[in-house]
Design a protein around this ligand. Sequence first.
Ligand SMILES: NC(=O)c1ccc[n+]([C@@H]2O[C@H](COP(=O)([O-])OP(=O)(O)OC[C@H]3O[C@@H](n4cnc5c(N)ncnc54)[C@H](OP(=O)(O)O)[C@@H]3O)[C@@H](O)[C@H]2O)c1
Length: 243
Amino acid sequence: MTKIALVTGANKGIGFETVKQLAEQNIKVLLGARNEAEGKKAEEILRAQSLDVTFIKLDISNSQDIEDAKAFIIAEYGKLDILINNAAVFLDSAWFGNNTETVPMKTLRDTFDINYFGTVELTQALLPAIKKSEAGRIVNISSVSGSFGVHLDETHWLYALKPYAYSASKTALNQFTVFLANALSETKIKVNAVNPGWVQTSIGSDQAPLTPEEGAKSGVAMALIDDNGPTGAFSQSGSILPW
Ligand SMILES: NC(=O)c1ccc[n+]([C@@H]2O[C@H](COP(=O)([O-])OP(=O)(O)OC[C@H]3O[C@@H](n4cnc5c(N)ncnc54)[C@H](OP(=O)(O)O)[C@@H]3O)[C@@H](O)[C@H]2O)c1
């Protein structure tokens, strides 16, 4: 039976490439985007490459969009095999430095609304559909900037980069990954977090070493793990990262 996947925030960047790479594996992929025009444009580009991709309007901070996506998936496919929680924002003023003392509450709240609350709400809403899959896979696109291990290690190259709102939202996402994996440990569903690496996108900037195509690979690999693959893990390119 054809596998069905949903990728959020997929009109550009790592999300767009993730849709492409999953569709190239003959998976039917729903391309989630909050901007309808951008989402349809992305869908058109991939369909022109004979890939089975369907745009769905999905602002993950909008509960109605989440309900609509859930209803559409249940009505059309009756299940969801792969959920890639990729959508996120970076709203801190800069990557460099430590803004923990001054970051505005609005920046914190707006960041958490999307990177954390939106992701949790969408995942909870789609769990009944994922439970209908023979082997559900949930991949949370996180970041090493949310890793305690990295920020407790003064020798780590990311130690000086402490944009608080973004990093804290990814730490919360990591906690969600572990707790959900524990909650679903008696099922066939696997829940993992992935760091894509430093990637040339709006969030990563054009200074980054990796292309979006390279950055999508860790998440795609985790979406395609078999029953022996990990659950409740944080990794990049198959290597385990510190929480
Ligand atoms: N690039 C890196 O170096 C890097 C490193 C570590 C982790 N990551 C993670 O990788 C993921 C993808 O980011 P990216 O680098 O590809 O950045 P990006 O090009 O800015 O893509 C982010 C995507 O998320 C979407 N988005 C934002 N808010 C949304 C919402 N409320 N509902 C639905 N979609 C929303 C954006 O849509 P719009 O176009 O409408 O804004 C865009 O499509 C993120 O989770 C990011 O934190 C990236």
